[in-house]
Design a protein around this ligand. Structure first.
Ligand code: CTP
Ligand code: MN
Ligand code: MN
Ligand code: MN
Length: 391
């Protein structure tokens, strides 16, 4: 059988990092169905199955037109029996029984709602589900012990479940820029994650911070956080030192400077009217933005605040300049694209790629790179721009 003429050559490549995957594509009904099955497998902690469905969805996003017949799929990689069965059913009947019964199942809906709370992972959600909890308000009313992330997650759930717009992301960017310039002039911030890939909305806003003078970025994160705290911009923050030294997928001999890599998972208070951060003139603990009773530590009753300000999830990462290219590539996503890059590096090139470095296991040395283009080149891959990494 010869590949269908509608299939471009690049769609026949089996790693997502070898293909261009745009944000807008022609097979949304099919990809949404496969991604729901992927998500359900993830909620059931079946990682292999989850990745298989996600890869199947990703290949359909590269096609230049809508799939209409099964013959249209000839020559495409990444489509396993199960995915093919779902696609066939959808092409014939317009929907898939497995997808619809999963979509409506109590377990899927509850685990999705519970993991939708900031700070709640699959294991916690599963335990709560077994204990009878089904949604964020059940958690708020329950006696469950919550860690500080989960408390913030429940408290701000209403706002955090709303999408973040590009305009809001830019407003947050200005606040971060100001904070960074205050504490370290010359530092550079870059918008990463979904917004860098061209998405119009996101579940959070991701930033990478560096300084062109190697070493200057050391100790930057605590200072930035402190500045933001004094301005009343932060509703929640947790800074973690880089866990790279313990990570499984990092190179065996990490460079000595790796322990400087820091990240911060935070929740910003974004002023709705001006797009600025929390009211700079107001003292912490006072009435804020017309919303009362929202002070952390108060009763854990979810608060609704339709005016004044909005809680927004923000991720900050600080990278030494020498690792900037790797950090930028690693934090731009998508998650599947990242996964595929690492799989390609390991399986096809005998290299180990992380957000810090690229190690060549055959040559037993690190391959330097200051740009994403150089990293793709080291990996023997055609450069894929961020807007085409939406696998
Ligand atoms: N990432 C990571 N480690 C984490 C969380 C995220 O390396 N603990 C990386 C992901 O691999 C991804 C990037 O950070 O490349 C952005 O992740 P995330 O914000 O979760 O997803 P987005 O693609 O930005 O999508 P969304 O719009 O939903 O935020
Ligand atoms: Mn993001
Ligand atoms: Mn996401
Ligand atoms: Mn993020």
């Amino acid at each position: 059988l010869t590949p269908s003429p509608v299939i471009p050559k690049s769609s026949a490549k089996s790693y997502a990092c070898q293909r261009r995957t745009p944000l807008k594509h022609h097979n949304l009904l099919l990809t949404e169905a496969l991604e729901l099955l992927s998500e359900n497998a993830e909620l059931g902690e079946n990682e292999g199955r989850s990745v298989a469905f996600r890869r199947a969805a990703a290949i359909l996003k590269t096609l230049p037109q809508a799939v209409q017949r099964m013959e249209d799929l000839q020559g495409l990689p990444c489509l396993g029996d199960h995915s093919l069965r779902v696609i066939k059913e959808m092409l014939e009947y317009g929907s898939s029984q497995e997808v619809e019964s999963t979509r409506h199942s109590e377990q899927y809906q509850a685990l999705k709602a519970l993991t939708g709370i900031f700070g709640v992972g699959v294991k916690t959600a599963e335990r709560w589900f077994r204990g009878g909890l089904r949604c964020p308000s059940d958690v708020a009313k329950s006696e469950e012990r919550l860690n500080s992330a989960q408390q913030a997650g429940v408290l701000y759930h209403e706002d955090l479940s709303q999408r973040v717009s590009r305009a809001e992301a830019d407003a947050i960017g200005q606040i971060v820029e100001r904070a960074v310039q205050e504490v370290l002039p010359g530092a550079q911030i870059t918008l990463t994650g979904g917004f860098r890939r061209g998405k119009e909305t996101g579940h959070d806003v991701d930033f990478l911070i560096t300084h062109p003078e190697e070493g200057k970025e050391e100790g930057l994160m605590p200072k930035v956080i402190q500045w933001l705290e004094t301005q009343g911009v932060l509703l929640y923050q947790k800074t973690t030192r880089n866990s790279y030294l313990e990570s499984k997928d990092g190179p065996s001999r990490p460079p000595h400077n790796m322990d400087r890599f820091e990240r911060c998972f935070s929740i910003f208070k974004l002023d709705r009217s001006t797009g600025e951060g929390g009211p700079l003139a107001q003292a912490p603990g006072g009435e804020v933005g017309g919303c009362e009773g929202r002070a952390p530590g108060s009763e854990l009753e979810p608060q609704h605040c339709s005016t004044g300000w909005k809680a927004v999830r923000v991720d900050l990462v600080v990278s030494p300049y020498s690792q900037f290219g790797f950090a930028l590539l690693g934090w731009t996503g998508s998650k599947l694209f990242e996964r595929e890059l690492r799989r390609w590096a390991g399986k096809e090139k005998n290299m180990s790629l992380s957000s810090h470095a690229l190690y060549d296991n055959s040559q037993r040395r690190y391959l330097r790179a200051s740009t994403e283009e150089e990293i793709f080149s080291h990996l023997g891959l055609e450069y894929i721009p961020p807007c085409d990494r939406n696998a």
